[in-house]
Write a protein that binds this ligand. Structure first.
Ligand code: PLP
Length: 425
């Protein structure tokens, strides 16, 4: 797409945008008594207006039916989580057997590590991206310790080359090959939360398997943002939250992917609970855990209906829009943002985009490294009615999402950014 640095161009793109009406299906947060420009869907997605009705429906069922709500309503709670399965599978490129919605993200990561991090003898190492989201670091570190290893030795963190901000795929693959004799697991973000780098999950999975390791991804920043083909890529497991790009509410429920080839593998150890037991006989309350085939067999507890009701509303929007269409707009929208930032022509010593330039190596987020007064710039943006996010010590993350952001908003952001930078110098 050929971009042009004018408001007219932005408005023209919005006219052509098949999703221009989706904005009205979300509540707009208020700042200075006005609708804010919200570029923070990577942290907490906006509330779909339809969510309230889904939630109210289950609250009413609870009021009207109490325990009978498990069976007697149009959306019986006993099977509620199954209402989410097919739409979830479409978002992450999986078969329905391969996904389940349950718990929260870090909990699910631990559950997956119990099954897929099986260190033995010399094979005990985990390769991960350096400076991963802290919860991922702590999960890996504590799992290594749980198995009796020193995390300093067990967890191999990969860092960019000196002077670079993101990892090169060739370096990731080389490191996997280098550690192949000792490697038990490759576990990284699908997209790094800080730099916005989208990793080549297919190549990494292939290399991990060639090295004899399991491969899993934390897709917190990838699910609902970029196209995923978890099944075709042969990824062993994946986990994600639903409150970021998937707009399913603060602390909302989480998703899990387990590849089909593990669906009936009874040899995989797991921490079990009654909801993962064969549904046919779950209520016979018998001794002896018999897992359901597929990801559902990792469930522990009966479904959290209220957050799932919100998730259901959000997933319907994804189904209506289609991930392919969303990603197409997303590339254009973020491409426009990158173009406009280039146009500002700020000196690298002031402002640098650390997210990869290649659209195939990023999702919708651009991370701006602000070398002077990053906090002040963030405050100025807020004063101008723009909500972005600040990460210590000096990065501002800007995430225009295709569901509810427009080209005009991107244009207005760039205008304010240009003004702020000129003001500060
Ligand atoms: C947001 C995020 C989390 C958050 O974990 P919760 O268990 O949902 O609090 C974890 N990992 C990554 C990579 C994230 O981006």
């Amino acid at each position: 797409m050929n971009y042009s640095n004018t408001l007219a161009f932005a408005k023209e793109q919005d006219q052509k945008d098949p999703f221009r009406h989706f904005k009205d299906r979300f509540y707009a947060p208020q700042l200075n008594k006005q609708d804010a420009i919200y570029f923070c869907g990577n942290s907490l997605g906006l509330q779909p207006k339809s969510a309230q009705a889904y939630l109210d429906h289950e609250m009413q069922n609870w009021a009207d039916f109490a325990v009978e709500g498990h069976f007697k309503t149009d959306t019986p709670w006993l099977h509620y989580h199954e209402l989410l399965t097919e739409a979830t599978a479409r978002v992450v490129g999986a078969k329905p057997l391969e996904v389940v919605v349950m718990n929260s993200l870090t909990v699910n990561l631990h559950l997956m590590l119990v099954s897929f991090y099986r260190p033995q003898g010399r094979r005990f190492k985990i390769i991960t991206e350096g400076a991963a989201f802290p919860s991922d670091q702590y999960a890996l570190e504590s799992q290594a310790r749980f198995h009796g290893y020193n995390p300093e030795e067990a967890v191999v963190e990969l860092f960019p080359r000196p002077g670079e901000h993101t990892l090169r795929t060739e370096d990731i693959l080389a490191s996997i090959a280098e550690h192949s004799e000792e490697l038990a697991l490759v576990m990284m973000g699908g997209i790094n939360y800080y730099t916005g780098q989208l990793f080549d999950m297919e190549a990494i999975t292939k290399a991990g398997h060639a090295a004899g390791a399991m491969v899993g991804f934390d897709l917190a920043h990838a699910a609902g943002n970029v196209l995923l083909h978890l099944h075709d890529w042969h990824v062993d497991f994946g986990v994600w939250c639903t409150y970021k790009y998937m707009n399913s509410g603060p602390g909302g429920t989480s998703g899990v992917f387990v590849h089909e080839r593990h669906a009936r593998n009874a040899a995989l150890p797991r921490f079990a609970g009654w909801w993962g037991h064969d549904a046919e006989e779950r209520f016979q309350m018998k001794k002896g855990f018999k897992p359901m085939p597929g990801a559902a067999g990792w469930q522990l507890s009966n479904a959290q209906i209220l957050p799932m009701a919100v998730h259901r509303a959000a997933l319907e929007l994804f189904d209506e829009a289609g991930m392919n269409n969303l990603r197409k707009k997303s590339e254009q929208l973020t491409g426009f943002l990158a173009f406009l930032i280039d146009e500002i022509g700020a000196d690298k010593s002031r402002l640098e985009v650390i997210t990869p330039r290649d659209p195939q190596a990023r999702g919708c987020q651009l991370s701006l490294l602000v070398r002077q007064d990053a906090r002040l710039l963030f405050d100025l943006l807020m004063q101008a009615g723009i909500i972005v996010d600040f990460r210590e010590p000096d990065v501002i993350r800007v995430a225009p999402t295709p569901l509810y952001n427009s080209f005009e908003e991107v244009y207005r952001f760039a205008e304010v950014l240009r003004f702020c930078l000129s003001r500060k110098s």
